[in-house]
Design a protein around this ligand. Structure first.
Ligand code: MN
Length: 264
């Protein structure tokens, strides 16, 4: 019998958007994917942090930690809730009160189990799939905060390709989906499930067949009930600008500079 390659679903930047994750996982099941890799930022901004983490575990998603997961897991220690607020917290609250409110709400809402789960997520994972070494990251091989984009210069990808024996690099963070090749290696960013940045609110993800011979795959979009997430943002008393951000689906750099200053 001929060996058929494993179908792998690549997801990430779910940002606690459960209806979007459900819509993606529905396609993942239909497509009979044998593995789900998650590039992180599972939580932050969205109103379903506990539900999304539970669903991720049920679906056996292999994940890594994003910057939002890290900020939220450390919120208690850096922001000293109930004691005194640190200078860092004051700066964030001044510069981006909407983000501060979101981090604080998520920190206070997560169950102990889910907090332990995001705290324990590794920074990177290396997985062998059909003879190919895949490295799963939030940002790049050098930094969790380096967002690789469809427009990242090819020379930068070629440089990053030399820094790991992996032949497939899966990363998120930029919310900008692409599949590119550099130095004969494959770079995939599935885009954002919960909060896309290109003005189209539909979740972005990828389905790929990975073997030692190479990768074939594509970026997918699927529609979902965005009103369900907007309604829950209001119900949880989160800043209305968060709902607006989900609806507009624009990268923060494309939003007006005072966008995140209004918490009510
Ligand atoms: Mn991120």
């Amino acid at each position: 019998m001929e060996h058929s390659p494993l179908k792998v679903a690549l997801i990430g930047d779910v940002h606690a958007n459960l209806p979007a994750l459900e819509a993606v996982l529905h396609v993942v099941e239909e497509e009979d994917c044998g593995m789900v890799l998650d590039t992180g930022d599972v939580v932050g901004y969205g109103p379903f942090p506990n539900e999304v983490l539970q669903r991720s575990r049920e679906s056996r998603c292999f994940g890594v930690r994003g910057n939002y997961d890290r900020w939220i897991s450390r919120f208690g220690e850096t922001h000293r809730i109930g004691l005194h607020e640190s200078a860092k917290a004051d700066r964030l609250r001044e510069r981006n009160p909407v983000k501060h409110a979101s981090l604080r709400w998520t920190f206070e809402t997560l169950t102990e189990l889910n907090m332990a789960y995001i705290t324990g997520l590794p920074k990177r994972r290396e997985i062998e799939i059909d003879g190919a070494l895949v490295v799963l990251l939030h940002g790049s091989i050098v930094s969790g905060n380096e967002g690789l984009r469809s427009t990242t210069p090819a020379a930068r990808l070629r440089r990053l390709a030399t820094l790991s024996p992996a032949t497939v690099f899966v990363s998120g963070h930029s919310h900008d989906p692409f599949i590119r090749t550099a130095n004969g290696k494959c770079f995939i960013n599935p885009g954002s499930v919960g909060r896309p940045g290109d003005g189209d609110y539909r979740p972005s993800f990828a389905i790929a067949e990975i073997t030692a011979d190479g990768v074939s795959g594509d970026i997918r979009r699927v529609d979902y009930d965005i009103d369900a997430v907007l309604k829950q943002i209001r119900a949880q008393g989160l800043p209305p600008r968060i709902a607006e951000m989900f609806r507009l689906a624009l990268h923060p750099s494309l939003l007006p500079s005072d966008f995140f200053l209004h918490v009510s």
